[in-house]
Design a protein around this ligand. Structure first.
Ligand SMILES: *Cc1c(COP(=O)(O)O)cnc(C)c1O
Ligand SMILES: [Zn+2]
Length: 405
């Protein structure tokens, strides 16, 4: 293992890993997966006392790597990049006007390599894997994470094994093959894929990069929080809606805002957004726990949804997601399959955006939360569109309504 800093260092301020459950610290300079103490996710901690002027961002490339001091990769040559991050934030003027919102913004993560925000997490995880000398990775996935893993492993010259539900649209599987990945299909949802991945990797020869089972995908996803702050000139929206599966984006964005406050890039008095988790009615474990209809998601049984990324019935990061919702004054809500189709259609026709059903769910959730009074008309709302609609064609083909019908 190579942890010696040399002239090609990124000057990463990473300093420790912390158990998200009990706070115990671990070294960030040896490979870690779940915390040894509680078998829970580890969170990366940085030396944020170091003075870091945000002027350093000037002239940096328009990718998530512009924040390299706040990221865990130690040496530049380990970075495995396809140009991920710094996606545009678009204002949805037509829809906002029609439905009486002051402003609705959409950060379009569909413009990332491989068409989803999974690129951020896997770019980071594979970069760290390379730094630790890993030769191959395995991932249980609902679709997008598998494609991203396959692409970044190809780029890094690593072996990739992807385990996905049999019902996943073919486009996801096909793209994995083009990157040279090995694909296994499983009857069931992502939790069944995780069990299969465990069997396939019984000898532990591959690094399992399942959501939150290693600390670095989260560090990639958190860069969305940095970008929202920087792109909005260090002001934050009132409400952020996020389509929650395993929850890395939700947890990561919240972590990012706190890190930005700690280094003084966000003024101390800034009000952090209310974070809203949106799920599919077919699989809404977090909504059920949030509203007290179950103690936790450990035994939740979900059904498939056209928003494949939301079919995560028993998320390991449930507690961290709930913590984000409660600390931020957020909430959880769900939308139906039909509503997602309608949302895709509205975003397509009125804004020229062909979003993933996960992203469409956010727009429909925003409409409902405005109607219920949770969102006020004068508030600024940001939708985190996590993916492009392209690979979901099989799920939504022909479901649009003919114009003027
Ligand atoms: C994976 C995924 C999600 C859910 O992301 P988590 O980090 O698991 O919460 C949402 N939307 C899309 C398009 C995804 O691929
Ligand atoms: Zn612990």
């Amino acid at each position: 293992m190579n942890t010696t800093l040399n002239s090609t260092t990124t000057k990463s301020l990473i300093s420790f890993l912390e158990c998200s459950s009990c706070g115990k610290h671990y070294t960030a300079f040896e490979f870690q997966r779940l915390s040894a103490c509680c078998q829970m996710p580890l969170l990366a901690g940085y030396d944020l006392g170091e003075s870091l002027n945000k002027e350093i961002l000037h002239n940096r490339p328009g990718t998530m790597w512009r924040y390299r001091e706040l990221l865990p990769v130690l040496q530049k040559e380990n970075i495995v990049s396809l140009g991920e991050g710094f996606t545009p934030i678009l204002s949805l003027h037509a829809l906002a006007g029609r439905y009486n919102f002051k402003e609705v913004l959409l950060k379009d993560e569909g413009q990332n390599p491989t068409g989803s925000f999974k690129a951020r997490g896997l770019s980071m995880a594979i970069s760290k894997a390379r730094e630790f000398g890993v030769e191959g990775c395995i991932i249980p996935t609902a679709g997008n994470a598998g494609v991203a893993l396959a692409a970044y492993c190809a780029r890094a010259g690593m072996r990739a094994v992807v385990v996905m539900p049999r019902h996943t649209p073919e486009a996801f599987r096909e793209e994995c093959y083009w990157y040279g990945a090995e694909v296994h299909l499983v009857d069931g949802l992502i939790n069944d894929c995780a069990a299969k991945a465990g069997e396939l990797n019984a000898d532990g020869s591959l690094l399992d990069v399942s959501t939150l089972k290693e600390p670095y995908r989260l560090e990639g996803k958190k860069t969305m929080g940095y970008e929202i702050a920087e792109q909005l000139d260090w002001q934050l929206p009132d409400v952020i809606l996020y389509p929650a599966g395993g929850g890395t984006g939700l947890i990561g964005i919240w972590k990012a805002f706190h890190e930005l406050k700690a280094i003084g890039w966000l003024p101390p008095e800034v009000r952090l957004p209310r974070m809203v988790a949106v799920q599919a009615e077919n699989c809404m474990p977090l909504v059920e726990t949030f509203f007290g209809r179950q103690q936790n998601a450990r035994h939740y049984v979900g059904k498939p949804t056209i928003a494949n990324g939301l079919a995560v019935p028993r998320p390991l990061g449930e507690k961290l997601m709930l913590k984000t919702l409660s600390e931020s004054g957020g909430t959880a809500t769900s939308v139906t399959e039909e509503e997602m189709v309608l949302g895709m259609q509205e975003l397509g026709r009125s804004e020229g955006l062909f979003v993933a059903p996960e992203g469409a769910a956010l727009w429909m959730a925003a409409r409902k939360l405005l109607a219920s009074g949770y969102i006020l008309p004068e508030e600024q709302v940001l939708l985190l569109n996590t993916g492009s609609g392209q690979k979901y064609m099989e799920n939504v083909k022909g479901k649009y309504k003919v114009k003027n019908e």
